[in-house]
Design a protein around this ligand. Sequence first.
Ligand code: 13P
Ligand code: SF4
Length: 322
Amino acid sequence: MSDLLHPTSGVEATLPEELEEEIRRLKKERNAVVLAHYYQESEVQDLADHVGDSLALARVAQQVESDVIVFCGVHFMAETAKILNPTRTVVVPDLAAGCSLADGCPPGEFKAFIDQHPDAVVVSYINTSAAVKALSDVICTSSNAVEIVRHYADRPVIFAPDRHLARWVSKQADRPDLIVWQGACIVHEQFNAKALTGLRVRHPDAEVLSHPECDEAVLEQSDFIGSTKKIIDRAIASPAKTLIIGTEDGVFHQILKHVPEKELIQVPGMDESCACNRCPYMRLNTLEKLYACLRDLKPEIELDEETRLAALAPLEKMLELS
Ligand code: 13P
Ligand code: SF4
């Protein structure tokens, strides 16, 4: 490799193929498994041993027997892997890969919110910190949120922290009384419903597939609503030749692997001059940083045992119910 250093990872500048080869070699040497979310760069997805949505990756993480889990996703996903499989070393390419939903629900304020509703079951989205999970009765993802809320039909339910997912779940599960923490995802909230209306006029045969974190005005115009995995599966199975997609365009990679002939259009953002429809946290992970974290086995996810055990119980409850 040459002696030029990559500005953020400290990795010597090299050809992508060489880097990929080194990553494969280090995976074996470290006895590591690489897990990647669908919002990762295509080349990161292609190097992963498992690519999935947040529910599938949590299930895989729980079963991993290798010494090291390299989690190419955001912090709460890697933290969930550590909670479920504490004896593995869990590392992430970039520790700064957070999530606006998790960041917008601080545990102290959440505890005060819960204390106002002592009889309620606390259902928290997996997009939360371990400290917030530790305050919850059960966790959910966008794949199983409706199913989990339906399970508590006879109890008041707190649903946190995504207000758009909450609105969709409350309709699906016929629970208008959900007690909702008013958080939102900065990526999904900024999809432009007006621009989507224009796209539907220009592509009358297209099917619109959206993530439930989107605003109501986008979801009302969607033919299909589901998690990243469900969107990918529907896009592949749909008879429509053109698909308009209301989620991060990292999902395009897996869809196009199966149906390269389909036309995929992402719902535009409010401000088309920025790349706001890409998750800025997920996209912090790069091949160079993946290489560096396999080489150095850091940054590592660490958790105190008391918080881990308190967060484990609601995660296990989710896995039992879904
Ligand atoms: P999924 O559970 O659908 O993978 O979603 C995770 C996420 O962060 C969506 O923004
Ligand atoms: Fe969080 Fe939104 Fe990024 Fe998903 S897309 S990780 S919810 S900020």
